[in-house]
Design a protein around this ligand. Structure first.
Ligand code: SAJ
Length: 427
């Protein structure tokens, strides 16, 4: 049952990125008035025009609908609001320590507009203890208000509700995934749960803030460690002359074995980042988690070395790299192992042109563009033969991202070429 407090309240979503914007759309579609807040004038302008600043299935239609209904607006200034959801990036710094600058900046801009009665939910992935630290920060800025780290009956409620949606399935998972909601007090968790109940049909699991923070980190570290196991297995199989895909398939027939897929490395801005927060919080204990990070981080260099070594066997090798994004069927190139591999190959072979095939990109990322010898193949939908032409001319083909569109490539088209299938698409 949604209380009048929640059903009448406006919600400010701070940060209109991959998590904030879908959350804002879901809240607005669920019937609440939502103000999206972002420091980027470009994003604010796009959202107010009803457009999504990045590609994600069903997001564009959601943004245009929510804006057209008058339920969603965007602005740069922090508004007064009944609820705040903070969904800003939390990267790591040069020493792999969490950089909480954007979270604290968001809290600092919320603090002056508080009147009492609000609920603030932190969605960004953060180290254990951060929600409490944010409460203390706001208390320092607003000595007139009681904050929940110091009061059982606070004026402002604070909770952590970590996002757990999968890029490529964000809109569906935001509505259906179970959510962990950790309050600084039980009442804080209840207030946050009421808000999330307006659009989330999954189970809402109530806990304390630090446990919710750790649960989120554990989820991504679990996946990272399991991918590292698969990657280490592939290195071992290479060394022993065995086929890792066949070994994996056979092992996974065991009822209690489920080895993930080896690949060219772990990309994106979650799984390759969050385990470091655990390492930073408990470095002496987190040895397996740190080792997994190192294994996954070395995969792009290892893959690039193999492509370069093979290419040197040709006098004028024609190298084609299939895929630049960090995983299948998304257009996100940030933190992508495929980009790092292409950069390493092109830098090691400056006299060679490297053709990159990425149907989800219209331009090369700066990191590749600046090298001068990487070319983006023309694979726009109106040039359906783009991929076929690229393959036909190649000596060396590296499949780096297993986009669905590459599945139509037939084995006969690969005959006579050196093929590095890092994703097991043709295994
Ligand atoms: N990968 C492999 N082998 C696999 C699975 C993935 O090499 O078997 C690679 C992918 O190619 C990619 C990377 O790992 O480069 C990460 O991809 P992913 O699909 O595993 O995860 P993300 O980063 O897109 O989203 C993850 C999800 N977390 C978990 O599945 C535990 C998502 O639910 C989180 O919300 C998201 O991180 C986040 O924002 O934290």
């Amino acid at each position: 049952m949604v209380s009048p407090e929640t059903s009448n309240c406006t919600v400010a979503v701070v940060g209109l990125g991959y998590i904030g914007l879908p959350t804002a759309v879901s809240l607005a579609t669920g019937g609440l008035d939502v103000v999206g807040v972002d420091i980027s004038p470009g994003i604010v302008e796009l959202v107010n025009r009803g457009e999504a600043p990045f590609a994600e299935p069903d997001l564009s239609v959601g943004v245009s609908g929510a804006v057209a209904m008058g339920r969603l607006t965007a602005q740069r200034e922090m508004p007064q609001s009944g609820a705040y959801i903070i969904a800003v990036p939390t990267p790591f710094d040069g020493d792999h320590r969490p950089d909480l600058g954007a979270v604290t900046a968001a809290a600092r801009s919320v603090a002056p507009v508080l009147r009492g009665g609000e609920v603030i939910v932190l969605e960004s992935t953060v180290p254990p203890g951060t929600t409490r630290a944010i409460s203390e920060l706001i208390a320092g800025l607003r000595p007139d208000l009681r904050l929940p780290h110091a009061s059982e009956e606070p004026d402002v409620h604070l909770a952590h509700c970590p996002e757990r949606v999968l890029p490529g399935r964000i809109m569906i998972e935001i509505a259906t995934n179970d959510r962990v909601i950790g309050g600084l007090t039980p009442a804080c968790a209840r207030r946050a749960a009421e808000l999330y109940r307006t659009f989330c049909h999954g189970e809402l699991i109530i806990t304390d803030a630090a446990s919710a923070e750790m649960a989120k980190l554990a989820e991504n570290a679990y996946r990272d460690v399991n991918i590292a196991f698969a990657n280490e297995l592939s290195l071992i199989c290479d060394r022993l002359g065995l086929d890792v895909w066949e070994i994996r398939q056979m092992a996974n027939h065991h009822p209690r074995v489920d080895i993930l897929r080896p690949g060219p490395g772990v990309g994106g801005h979650c799984i390759a980042v969050d385990p470091w927060f655990i390492v930073a919080a408990a470095p002496e204990q987190a040895t397996l988690i740190a080792a997994a990070r190192h294994i996954n981080d070395q995969m792009p260099a290892h893959t690039a070395e193999r492509i370069v070594a093979t290419s040197r066997r040709f006098r004028e090798p024609r190298i084609v790299c299939l895929g630049l994004s960090f995983k299948a069927d998304v257009g996100d190139l940030r933190g992508s192992p495929a980009v790092e591999i292409v950069a390493r190959v092109a830098a090691a072979l400056p006299e060679v042109k490297v053709l990159a095939v990425e149907p989800h990109a219209t331009a090369l990322p700066d990191q590749l563009d600046s090298l001068g010898n990487v070319i983006l193949a023309d694979t726009a939908p109106d040039i359906p033969l783009g991929i076929e032409h690229a393959i036909a001319d190649a000596d060396v083909i590296a499949l780096l991202t297993d986009h669905g569109c590459f599945r139509s490539i037939r084995r006969s088209q690969l005959a006579g070429k050196v093929v590095y299938d890092t994703r097991g698409m043709w295994a």
